[in-house]
Ligand binder design. Structure first.
Ligand SMILES: NC(=O)c1ccc[n+]([C@@H]2O[C@H](COP(=O)([O-])OP(=O)(O)OC[C@H]3O[C@@H](n4cnc5c(N)ncnc54)[C@H](O)[C@@H]3O)[C@@H](O)[C@H]2O)c1
Length: 283
């Protein structure tokens, strides 16, 4: 089956990026969120992505119109998933919320519709248990910002069929991304490695051993990383970073303990760039 129409559930940072990228490469998209205002905000984000694409000469005006016209805001999730080839779930990083959504979608989507989750670290196998189609559940883990980041981790659940995995690979390639395959496991490849890196950076900061600026400079100049680990955490969002750290701790034990400072920052609403303050301040 060729993927011609998808539903993207969750019109936040990732959902809007995935919707934009899919529409850019010829796929019709139903964009859903829990409130109309969130969908409207998501559509405005997509329009600014289109404008950036035009300003940079990557998209012409006809292409820009096609992208916007190919993304359909749909508030009712039943309507959004009813007749699509694939659903890409990009809601909050919370297993119970994802399971509740998967169950609801399973009851109304076509039996051949693939359910892909953009989760950063949670178990695809567990999400699949609430559906009657565990063979059609897979992870497609895109990276932020989606238009610029070239990787997709295709996460293979215990029951994902070969056909579903190959569909996820083909979908990623259609969106001009490079897929890598990984078996379902907490954090997959990238976040298991990044979780260790960002966690240790936060602990060095928390222990007062170096300033945030110096920690980031050390990793940029000493390890040739394009962005320091604390700035990266602020960019990802500290709520997402905390959820990922908790999953890694649960999955692998104390070598992935959740930094106390990270918990405190999330409790204070210091979520990184999106809230204006995280490890650094943003105007
Ligand atoms: N932010 C990142 O850098 C990043 C990178 C890769 C993967 N992810 C993963 O992608 C997913 C989304 O992350 P994000 O950063 O876009 O989050 P976000 O907070 O920017 O957006 C999430 C959106 O989902 C909506 N939502 C919540 N519950 C919903 C439901 N039941 N139905 C419909 N919409 C619902 C929210 O209203 C919100 O608009 C998470 O699983 C996250 O771990 C995030």
């Amino acid at each position: 089956m060729e993927i011609k129409r998808i539903a993207v559930i969750g019109a936040g940072a990732m959902g809007t990026g995935i919707a934009y990228q899919a529409a850019r490469f010829g796929i019709e998209v139903n964009l859903n969120d829990i409130k109309q205002e969130f969908i409207n905000k998501g559509m405005n984000t997509i329009k600014s992505m289109v404008k950036t694409g035009v300003d940079k000469g990557k998209i012409d005006l006809k292409g820009a119109k096609t992208i916007v016209d190919s993304i359909h805001p749909v508030l009712d999730v039943t309507e959004a998933v009813k007749d699509v080839d694939m659903v890409v779930e990009a809601i909050f990083e919370n297993m119970e919320a994802k399971k509740e959504l998967f169950k609801k979608m399973d009851a109304v989507a076509r039996p051949d519709t693939i359910f892909a989750s953009n989760t950063s670290s949670l178990s695809i196998t567990e999400m699949a248990t609430v559906t009657k189609r565990p063979d059609k559940v897979v992870g497609t883990h895109f990276f932020n910002p989606v238009p610029a980041m070239k990787l997709v981790e295709v996460v293979i659940g215990e029951k994902s069929s070969d056909e579903t995995i190959e569909m996820a690979v083909a979908f990623s390639k259609k969106l001009q991304k490079t897929p890598v395959k990984v078996k379902d496991s907490p954090g997959f490849i990238v976040n298991r490695i990044l979780g260790a890196l960002m966690g240790e950076a936060m602990k060095i900061f928390q222990e007062g051993l170096a300033s945030g600026e110096d920690i980031d400079t050390a990793m940029q100049l000493g390890a040739n990383h394009p962005v320091g680990p604390l700035t990266l955490a602020d960019f990802v969002g500290l709520d997402i970073a905390k959820a990922t750290a908790e999953t890694l701790h649960k999955g692998y034990g104390d070598c992935y303990s959740v930094p106390k400072l990270l918990v405190e920052k999330v409790e204070k609403g210091e979520l990184g760039m999106k809230s204006g303050k995280g490890f650094f301040e943003y105007k």
